[in-house]
Design a protein around this ligand. Structure first.
Ligand SMILES: Nc1ncnc2c1ncn2[C@@H]1O[C@H](COP(=O)(O)OP(=O)(O)OP(=O)(O)O)[C@@H](O)[C@H]1O
Ligand SMILES: [Mg+2]
Length: 235
């Protein structure tokens, strides 16, 4: 598969501890894929390995047809880290211009992403004075610079109010409609319903995968929380 992400027999050890024992997963292009699991289950570790900033002990990760971490992927992946990677002593526009310069992007793309995350009116505001949601949207804007085909978003909606969360999910769906692939981690099971497909993770292992509808049907429930609990009890 050329366009998505293919992980095969991935093993990751951190500080002598096996975090991911053996993980195989496929992420189809143009989809919103949710990586769901409790705190410490390995979501960030997996996302880091796809971006190419995590040493792996075994296995292969192919991203858009290249091995993870390849130079060719630098502008093709947008990464929203769990703690927002923005400079708080710069304004919104200064942050974006800085990252745009690194990525070789134009002023037009800076304006485009500002508009996309609805921060045009805040562009001259210092990032330190932004609200939590505005900060998250600025970090998202930096991840969108360069029009990446693959977006890796590590808990992008944490701490946001329901309206803002809905708006961001609408934006994610618009991006997927344009053909982008989104891999989004969350430990909030009700966000699962907004994804096209899901991987449920526990202690570095995929407990189950499939569409939200299929996973709920297989556990005979309407609640994603219950799907997870029933899978945990089964294993
Ligand atoms: N630098 C590190 N050295 C050793 N162990 C680490 C390191 N970073 C993370 N871990 C461990 O790896 C495991 C998975 O961590 P990870 O950050 O991937 O989890 P997560 O699912 O993203 O959790 P959260 O929902 O809290 O963000 C945890 O047990 C964590 O303690
Ligand atoms: Mg994490």
């Amino acid at each position: 598969m050329q366009d998505g992400v293919s992980i095969c027999d991935l093993k990751i050890i951190r500080d002598g501890k096996t975090i991911i024992p053996n993980l195989t997963m496929q992420i189809e292009p143009g989809m919103i894929v949710g990586l769901l699991g409790p705190s410490g289950s390995g979501k960030t570790t997996i996302l880091r390995s796809i971006v190419g900033v995590q040493a792996i002990a075994a296995g292969t990760i192919t991203v858009l047809g290249y091995p993870a971490g390849s130079k060719e992927l630098r502008t093709r992946i947008g990464y929203f880290t769990q703690s927002a990677s923005i400079y708080t002593d710069l304004t919104c526009i200064e942050n974006l211009r800085y990252f745009a310069q690194i990525l070789g992007q134009s002023e037009i793309s800076v304006q485009e992403v500002l508009e996309l995350v609805d921060l045009t009116k805040n562009q001259k505001q210092l990032a330190s004075s932004l609200s939590g949601g505005e900060r998250a949207r600025l970090a998202l804007a930096t991840a969108l610079l360069g029009k990446p085909e693959l977006l890796i978003l590590d808990e992008p909606t944490v701490g946001l109010d329901p309206v803002l969360r809905r708006d961001l999910w609408n934006l994610f769906h618009r991006l997927a409609d344009q053909g982008k692939t989104l891999l989004i981690s969350s430990h909030v099971m009700d966000e699962a319903d907004r994804c096209d497909s899901l991987f449920l993770l526990r202690e570095g292992c995929a407990l189950a995968s499939g569409t939200p509808v299929d996973l709920k049907a297989s556990a005979n429930t309407e609640e994603m929380d219950e799907v997870f609990i029933s899978l945990v009890e089964k294993t």
